[in-house]
Ligand binder design. Sequence first.
Ligand code: H2P
Length: 789
Amino acid sequence: MYQATAQSVREGLVERWNDTYAHFHKENPKQAYYLSMEYLQGRALTNAIGNMGLTGEYSEALRSLGYTLEDVMSVERNAGLGNGGLGRLASCFLDSIATLDLPAWGYGLRYKYGLFKQGVDKATGEQLEYADDWLEVGNPWEVARPQVSYPISFYGKVVNGKWAPGKQVRAVAYDSPIPGYKTRNCISLRMWDAQPSAVEFDLAAFNASDYETSMGPTNLASMLCAVLYPGDGTREGKALRLSQQYMLCSASVQDILARWKERGNSDWSKLHEKVAIQMNDTHPTLAAPELMRILMDDEGLSWDDAWAVTKKTVAYTNHTVMPEALEKWPLDLVEELLPRHMEIIKRIDEEFIASAAKAKAAKAAKKDDKKKDDKKKKESEEEKPAMVRMANLCCISGMAINGVAAIHSEIVKDFTFNDFYKLFPEKFQNKTNGVTPRRWLAFCNPQLSAVITKWVGNDKWVTDTDELRKLAEHATNPELQAEWKAAKLARKKICKDYIKKVTDIDVPIDSMFDIQVKRIHEYKRQFLNILGIIYRYKQMKAMTPEERAKCVPRVCIFGGKAYATYTQAKRIVRLINNVGSVVNNDPEIGDLLKVVFVPDYNVSLAETLIPASELSQHISTAGTEASGTSNMKFQMNGCLIIGTLDGANVEIRECVGDDNFFLFGITDPEVEPARAERAAGKFVPDARFTETLEYVRSGVFGDKFEELLGSLEGNEGFGRGDYFLVGKDFASYLEAQERVDVAYADSMGWTESSIISTAFSGKFNSDRTIDQYAKEIWGIKPCTVPERK
Ligand code: H2P
């Protein structure tokens, strides 16, 4: 029934999809292309019928056949071709682009397996990883386009200034329709699959039974699109990752230029008037040298002409400021894999250094500055082996460089890329992230949506989220409050049933649902959360039954994947699970505290958890989380936030007001001094922190978690000595949690804050973000597909 429903919906989409393509072709507008290694599309069915305004009709039709829409849609596999926020952001952006009728497309890779399916070992609490065979039963949302295919070359050498590649595969297009909300516009997400190139198939070798030789290209092709982010610990792994990135860039750039020609354009110097390419983080950086190569080597442009237009065409979004996450590749590897590109990159580098030196000289820099600069230059020259720093290449080639939240964009200017900022301040922008209110409120939370529509007076808020502000006028109205609470309770019930199904844990729905879901990472500090829970548990154990009865009951829910080779993150998962096993089975504690790790966090799970949330945790060390986007989804669904002054939390707090946000922790400027204090041995941890660590060490949770705890103390051999300052923020975190408990006990006050949260979430609509990209970076305008006559 799912397949039948999907086919029927798809049929309805195809007409809009074809019309959109034809209309863009006819109008020949400037078009933007979003290049991303990740997309977290989640399920397509509910979204498609929701955007087409046909949810009621499909529900009804299915009911008449003896099915429910919920059951049918829950069969769909999640398209999990991403890791976290970066990939989901790309998917929200596509929804907004289509909804705003903008001429733009997405490009990605069609991995055979998604990131991985996560399980939990019942006995040890450890994370388990399985291949996520998301295409196993086919994908009704894609259309293979074997006629759209491009050669992708690797290795070889440069002969007379041109590349004579050593290996080749073919990139073949698979398109998925992305319908906009209440519009006929339907854009494409084009994902490339790798196929062996027939010219490389060694028929003679095959017939001589030398299968290994003859199947070489086939193997390369199947490796290229096997998984997202293959381990890059070895040189082979690095080569594979870089090959994937190159394949995305090369296929997409070839396709973009083919379309540009097909639409009748021919003046290369005006390419940027018709094309904008957005590089989602540094993974698609090679788009810039690839564009240069094609323009020069295939189209015959001079270096100067090719460079002039390339730097007006590509733009770069930075998503992280952590030095270890800024990609760099060994120069000799790039040279071996992509010899012509390395020549181009070297020339970009040389010309940049020369022009930067000129600019400096012209400014007659102060003596001090000069000394500093000389020192920097020396450091970079001394790096061995030599590296290609992708972010630097992006900053030099990009027409625009943007961060993803106000505070992050400032950090990017002041620290991460300060040298580049000083040279070209005009390139630097901020584009605070957003999320689509269709998927993340209207469709995932129909219960709350109905209440909102009733009290706002119409459903215009589904696109114009400023309309949500009208809720604030009624935030203390008992009638709205009652309906609001009923909607929340209905969602908590659904969530409870889901938790029971997948973990067998019974959670009480009259407890506070306190959720932290995101990639497991030390900087995101799931560790701080679980240590806070351990402290709470320890306190409760020491109470008399009467005292204990006064505690605010909580269900603490975690979800998120730890990258397969990230040992410390995996230890955190194990600690959470072990704490859960002890706490959840402690008769003294009963329903007062539950700790749940819901395995295999993905888009659908988020759609179940977020509507049920009352408190959510966004507690990264200040200055580390670029933006965060789940904070926005929680806020939209009337959830209160406990958080640090980091990423988009800062702007969320400005919108909801200090009273409706549980703030704690040190601020970004205080981080380095705090690290220095630690390094000097001057940091004295709060007694509650020491006590909590000792409690874990006493073996209450089975294992003593020595490696994990050691990382907080900077013991020799155990990491960087609480680099993310869990100890420093612990006391302030506990105090904020106390304020949470007090606030939750006042049900009316809490509900008022919940309503205010939703009411002032309008800014975090990805339509707003995309409108800014369109106007301030891409220079594109809506191109609305007319009704069929
Ligand atoms: C990253 C950042 C987030 C940001 C997101 C989208 C890489 O996502 O860390 O702060 O909101 O990109 O810009 P994530 O950590 O969830 O993988």
